[in-house]
Design a protein around this ligand. Sequence first.
Ligand code: FAD
Length: 490
Amino acid sequence: MNANIETADVVVVGGGPGGSTTATLLAKRGHRVVLLEKETFPRYQIGESLLPSTVHGIGRMLGVTEELEKASFMVKRGGSFRWGTNPVPWNFLFAVAPELSGPTSYAYQVERMKFDEILLRNAARNGVDVRENVDVKEVIGDDERVRGIRLADGHEIHATFVVDASGNRSRIHQGVRGERIYSDFFQNIALFGYFEGGKRLPAPDSGNILCAAFDEGWMWYIPLSDTLTSVGAVISREHAAKLQGDQEQSLLGFVDRCEIVKDFLSDATRVTEGTYGEIRTRKDYSYTNSTFHRPGMVLVGDAACFIDPVFSTGVHLATYAGLLAARSINTVLAGDLAEDRVFEEFEGRYRREYRVFYEFLSAFYDMQSNEESYFWKARKVTNFNATDLEAFVSLVGGVHSGEQALVQNFRESSGALADAVERTGTMQTESGERMHHLFGTPVVREVMQEMNNIQVRGVQGTAARELPLLEDGLVPAADGLSWVSVGEAK
Ligand code: FAD
């Protein structure tokens, strides 16, 4: 064998959440996986606000739940929004969704340097051959399939599958022979930095993400610790000229014009040193690839698609795709089903999740709507047979897909739902009271209670068998790590 060529079952390019998730779930089935990462971790990345499905569903499958707990990330119980025609901020709590009610109805706000490193080191502990500071130059293959990757120095790794999880700036995504299609609707630009000493929402919502609309767009305000806050402005392309020149002045100008964020930062100072001292911009980040797969290669996470920062869906989509890709590759490597068939399932599920969020997020951007319209839209796009509020929270909690792997412990206590409702009742903010009023309506309570009961029965009786999500689709195997045909599911 040529000294410049080595072999593996799978090469994963990129060590972000998408790459680490895919690689770990492949290694758990005993495959030889090499993960190549351009940088040396910890490295900076934006995308700090997570959803419960990532923390509890994917985190549990990866085996990092305790490590995440120990990292003392800020606990995020939901989101607070100054959005729409109503000047008063309103909250949603993850606990409202029946699938999430219980002890796991929260997510984290994370410093991605720490979060991504936990996932990457965990991949190595699970047997993935993790190599940092390795820049993949191109994929190699022929008309039939992709067969490996090549580095700049000519070194090649030949593998049955190449997973492109190299993010927004992927230079190999064209290996699937598709094209990036940019969204006509989301043509936004983000400008962001970090502040010390910003205010917090009143407890128990102090870890919530705050999103506040203002004339030129909207701002995120993400508490990363008791004192550190990530602050960003998302503006449309028409206002791009405002980013010319001094970026610090641009960011401070947006803060000045966004009343609630201005108030929250009134005693804060901008971090000016170290990794968080830089003011950064991102643009052209809303796109989807025309195809996510070709024989021998699959796209995962930002390499495949991303919508928009609102509602924190990026890491969810990346890790969900990682799970779907790992199932598909594990199935093919075991010789159980044909590659076309499993990747049809992969692409069908991934696009379904992407589309639902895309449709909902574009509706959310309709600034003339009020909150009730957002809830209604969530219901329409998910076909949820539940109340508008539940549908809304299920969607933004990342669990509407019906994937049991993404939902954990939600059936633990029939009292959990009542607790969630009562806790909301004790919130002293105006928005808390408005939410409480909504939760208190009999129809919402009844439907939530009934769904909760069904879930409790599920955990106490026989485990629910997953039904196909797609027409003639596949279902996950018992351990969630591969696909089986419906008739074979045990
Ligand atoms: P990444 O995290 O980008 O990881 C890709 C990795 O690949 C990187 O480590 C990179 O170094 C490596 N790599 C690249 N090229 C190569 C190469 N040639 N060879 C080897 N390695 C390579 N998401 C959320 O969930 N919550 C949020 O609050 C949120 N806010 C956002 C705000 C903005 C402004 C933007 C633009 C995005 C936001 N996102 C958010 C989205 C989030 O950043 C991404 O969706 C997420 O990081 C995607 O993970 P990934 O694993 O696909 O890619």
